[in-house]
Design a protein around this ligand. Structure first.
Ligand SMILES: Nc1nc2c(c(=O)[nH]1)N[C@H]1C(S)=C(S)[C@@H](COP(=O)(O)O)O[C@H]1N2
Ligand SMILES: [Mo]
Length: 312
């Protein structure tokens, strides 16, 4: 599974998505790169990033740019799968500030650019498994979350990390309806947050994140159900106690804190044993879901001694 230096398959297959490859980024890959023409399914702020190959990429063929950017869950912009693509186009993410607080030595308000600039942006192709039993393969761009968090010097009381999405119903029309208890919140144990697979994600397909995918920064935890991958983060808090997370608050018997992909523990209303790969075609068979979404070798030890039926 670990193939750090392979040629990215989309460089061969998805050239039509890259209308202007000339645009390149200075410094840490985040400065505006001038006028970049957009793929059909992009939005105004999307631009090329300068990336390096990261570890852990799967060999599976990534889903198309179109799949990845038009089939999304982002309830702040509506509950339909194409709503985020349709209604997030004009969402403005510059400037963007992230508040760091809680059990750490360096709390404060950090500009997005300052958070990301000291790090190399890595390409990582991960499997992506939604709790609704569909899946994709996505070529994310990001930095290991642990490398970022260490800069704030968490103390020994930092047992968990809590994340919060922007709350602004004027800019996020889906928040005008009480489909969830806004703002969207998520949490990880500090061990999960520091695990080298956990990615603070700023891009996809070598470009900055389209709004519908959680611009300007969102989490990706590839061995967990997709809802743990909180989008458009404005706050990160180190906590002593396990934080609640939005889906657990809305339906505690259906969604837990851990949300590890597990084909042996079904959702109360449907099986988790198999998944539908988006883009595989109408008549494609569902494929078996893998324990920890195929990342068991890397992460199973985090849960030794834990009853995964109770801690779902
Ligand atoms: N703030 C926020 N983050 C969110 C969601 C959401 O509704 N709001 N949906 C989650 C769910 S259920 C999934 S499957 C993924 C979808 O991520 P994608 O758009 O990158 O495929 O985002 C997750 N992050
Ligand atoms: Mo999901």
């Amino acid at each position: 599974m670990k193939q750090p230096n392979r040629i990215k398959s989309w460089e061969i297959t998805s050239e039509s998505n890259f209308i202007n490859r000339r645009a390149f980024l200075a410094s840490a890959g985040l400065a505006a790169a001038g006028a970049t023409l957009l793929p059909a399914t992009g939005n105004a702020a999307v631009r090329e990033l300068e990336t390096v190959p990261g570890p852990y990429s799967t060999d599976e063929e990534p889903n198309s740019w179109e799949d990845v950017t038009t089939y999304n869950n982002f309830y702040e912009f509506g509950t339909g799968k194409e709503d985020p693509y349709r209604y997030a186009q004009d969402f403005v993410t510059e400037p963007w500030t992230v508040r760091i607080e809680g059990e750490c030595e360096k709390p404060g308000d950090y500009a997005f650019e300052d958070l990301v600039a000291p790090h190399a942006l890595e390409d990582r192709v991960y499997r992506h498994r939604c709790v609704e039993a569909w899946s994709m393969v996505v070529p994310w761009v990001g930095i290991p979350l642990g490398d970022l968090l260490k800069r704030f010097e968490p103390n020994s009381d930092a047992k968990y990390v809590r994340f919060e999405t922007l709350y602004d119903p004027r800019r996020m029309p889906g928040q005008r309806r009480a489909v969830l208890d806004w703002p969207y919140v998520e949490g990880l144990t500090i061990e999960e947050a520091m695990h080298p697979l956990t990615l603070m994600t700023v891009g996809v397909y070598g470009k900055s994140l389209p709004n519908q995918n959680g611009a300007p920064l969102r989490l990706v935890i590839p061995w967990k159900y997709g809802f743990k991958g909180i989008k458009s983060i404005v706050k990160i808090e180190f906590t002593k106690r396990q934080p609640r997370n939005s889906w657990n608050v809305s339906a505690p018997h259906e969604y837990g804190f851990y949300a590890n992909v597990n084909p042996e523990v079904d959702h109360p209303r449907w099986s988790q044993a198999r998944e539908r790969r988006i883009g595989a075609g109408l008549f494609a068979e569902k494929q078996p879901t893998l324990m920890f979404n195929g990342y068991a070798e890397e992460v199973a030890s985090l849960y030794s001694g834990l009853d995964l039926r109770k801690n779902y």
